[in-house]
Ligand binder design. Structure first.
Ligand SMILES: C[S@@+](CC[C@H](N)C(=O)[O-])C[C@H]1O[C@@H](n2cnc3c(N)ncnc32)[C@H](O)[C@@H]1O
Length: 227
């Protein structure tokens, strides 16, 4: 199992449903400002945002590097693939990367990713993403939590150091025979400065909006236009 598949297995124990819905509301209202008929969701997870957009008549495609996430999308009948976003064919009016997806990339990967996404936008197309602020990493995300559901037990231990959040996930899952299986892996998230986004060759940063998801200004919403 990959670290992203472990995240997929653990996500429902993290208590982020309300925050996810609030983020979807924010993206939806930003997208309303533009003429969007087709949308690519990179890091689409279980496809919740695509479901919302499809119900509003928008054509959606999702990609995610977690096979488990994509299997759930496909089971819901969504057009989703477990492929690198750079391998997506076709062009879209809008691309979104919702809930920290850009923080999963180091700076070099991020810059290459953003330029390659510009090539997948129609003229006048937009890309919207959110990132954690320094405060969001150091004061909100850092720390420990645990959740005991009887048949599942999760601990999360996150340390923020040198602009990186290293989060260790440990999940015990009860099997049919009553024994527990242990899964353990870590995910690194990278803090990115706004100036990184102002230097993207093929995208122009047209808006940056600090907002509060869990705490005061723990996130920034970024809106880019294809140059
Ligand atoms: C915090 S989850 C958010 C999922 C979804 N956007 C949502 O709002 O529910 C981050 C997602 O990004 C995916 N991911 C991380 N790095 C990725 C990458 N380079 N390309 C595509 N997906 C990625 C993970 O597998 C995970 O599903």
């Amino acid at each position: 199992m990959t670290n992203l598949d472990l995240y997929a297995k653990a996500e429902h124990l993290l208590g982020i449903e309300e925050a996810t819905e609030a983020l979807y509301d924010l993206y939806r209202s930003e997208l309303d400002e533009y003429q969007v008929k087709t949308l690519l969701d990179v890091g689409c997870g279980r496809g919740g945002f695509m479901e919302r957009m499809i119900s509003d008549g928008i054509g959606c495609k999702g990609v995610d590097l977690s096979r488990l996430m994509i299997e759930e999308c496909q089971a819901k009948g969504l057009d989703a693939e477990c492929i690198d976003a750079g391998d997506v064919t076709g062009k879209y009016d809008a691309i979104v990367s919702i809930f920290d997806v850009l923080n999963f990339m180091d700076e070099q990967t991020l810059v290459a990713f953003l330029n390659s996404m510009a090539d997948k936008l129609n003229d006048g197309g937009i890309l919207i993403a959110d990132i954690n602020t320094l405060y969001g990493f150091s004061d909100v995300a850092e720390g420990t939590m645990s959740k005991d559901r009887g048949d599942e037990f999760l601990t999360v231990d996150a340390v923020f150091q040198n602009d990186k959040l290293d989060t260790q996930f440990t999940l015990f899952e009860k099997q049919e025979d009553g024994k527990y299986v242990k899964h353990q892996d870590s995910i690194v998230q990278y803090f990115h400065k706004i100036k990184t986004f102002q230097k993207i060759e093929k995208l122009k940063l047209v808006e940056k909006q600090a907002f509060s998801l869990y705490d005061t200004e723990d996130k920034t919403l970024l809106i880019f236009k294809k140059k």
